[in-house]
Design a protein around this ligand. Structure first.
Ligand code: COI
Length: 331
């Protein structure tokens, strides 16, 4: 058999959004606290799962998830972008909400199996599309009491072929600062479903991380700078971290620190960064409570710093730039 298979002809690859499409199947693996171990990954073709209505995942939100991507390269090979980072972040999320932490090797085995068995659904090279991978860890044992913890947990790994979440056009953002996405000492840094319904102040966007950018000052010789909000209640974003490394590689300054609303006027560019979103240029940010609007882009295209970041990020993901960072894993 020729490996990997070519993209299936079932799809209109030029018009992929973020909608759910049928693929070949997903992976499930189960953990029992009594036995203290994970089962071998199972390949399941039915996308529907049967879960007891009294499972803690359903009633108490005892679940966490990840998002990562696989890309087809020019030579037809498929590579997954930084999956071990997602394995580590899932362990972090799981530790917050009493879920068993899937070992990194086991997580990677499940992710590789889900991608390999759906290889024909990894979009063609060159369209800016990728395969979005959604690992979901869920307390599936039936139990209403909160203590002792339930016995059964399931790690699902689903995939869908996708374009990018927001498209690539600049978007207008809105700050709703009269409520928080997550409590300051709460689950903000864990990727749990409950954090994704509400929105936040300047920590991150509702679907992705925040990067503020200041252009190089040619008069003073001060290099370009990116500013990334530091807070205990934001996700440790793989895409933002990758941009930080790329920025350092360019010789830009990187500031990782709390960011205040009044700094919004000092940025030349603002970008939303995430796995699903990739890098999205922010056209403007409106802060309703202050009746203020900060505008970043006059034209409908990204600013120069974002263009540079995206060139290297997507270049490495799609195999057009050398993977000097050692980020991609071959399927
Ligand atoms: C991701 O970028 O992977 C996310 O989890 C965001 C989600 C809204 C798709």
């Amino acid at each position: 058999m020729v490996w990997p298979p070519e993209p299936t002809s079932e799809f209109d690859w030029n018009n992929l959004g973020f909608a759910i499409t049928e693929v070949a199947g997903h992976v499930e693996t189960y953990y029992s606290r009594k036995e203290g171990k994970w089962t071998e990954p199972q390949w399941i073709t039915d996308p529907y799962v049967k879960i007891h209505g009294l499972a803690p995942g359903m009633n108490y939100g005892q679940q966490c998830y990840e998002g990562l991507k696989a890309f087809r390269q020019k030579d037809g090979q498929i590579r997954i972008f930084r999956p071990e980072q997602n394995a580590l972040r899932m362990q972090h999320s799981a530790s917050f909400i009493c879920l068993p932490e899937p070992p990194v090797d086991h997580f990677l085995k499940c992710v590789h199996l889900a991608v390999a068995n759906n290889a024909a659904y990894v979009p063609p090279y060159g369209l800016g599309a990728g395969m979005y991978i959604r690992p979901l860890l869920f307390a599936t044992g039936e139990q209403l009491g909160l203590n002792p913890p339930t016995d059964k947990y399931t790690l699902f790994v689903y995939v869908i072929p996708t374009g990018v979440y927001h498209g690539t056009h600049p978007i207008d953002a809105l700050i709703l600062d009269d409520f928080d996405r997550a409590a300051p000492q709460g689950t903000g840094s864990a990727k749990v479903g409950g954090n994704y319904a509400p929105v936040t102040h300047i920590e991150e966007f509702s679907t992705s991380g925040f990067i503020g950018m200041i252009h190089e000052n040619k008069e003073t010789g001060e290099p370009a700078k990116i500013v990334v909000p530091q807070s205990n209640s934001v996700i440790n974003s793989v895409t933002v971290n990758s941009c930080i490394e790329i920025a350092k590689f360019f010789g830009w300054n990187v500031e990782y620190r709390p960011v205040h609303y009044d700094e919004l006027s000092t940025f030349n560019e603002v970008v939303a960064a995430g796995t699903a979103a990739a890098l999205v240029p922010i056209k403007s940010i409106t802060q309703l409570s202050k009746d203020a609007k900060f505008e970043y882009l006059k034209e409908d295209e990204p600013g120069p710093m974002m263009k540079e970041l995206v060139r290297v990020l997507k270049g490495v993901q799609q195999g057009n730039e050398p993977d000097t960072f050692g980020w991609c894993q071959l399927v």
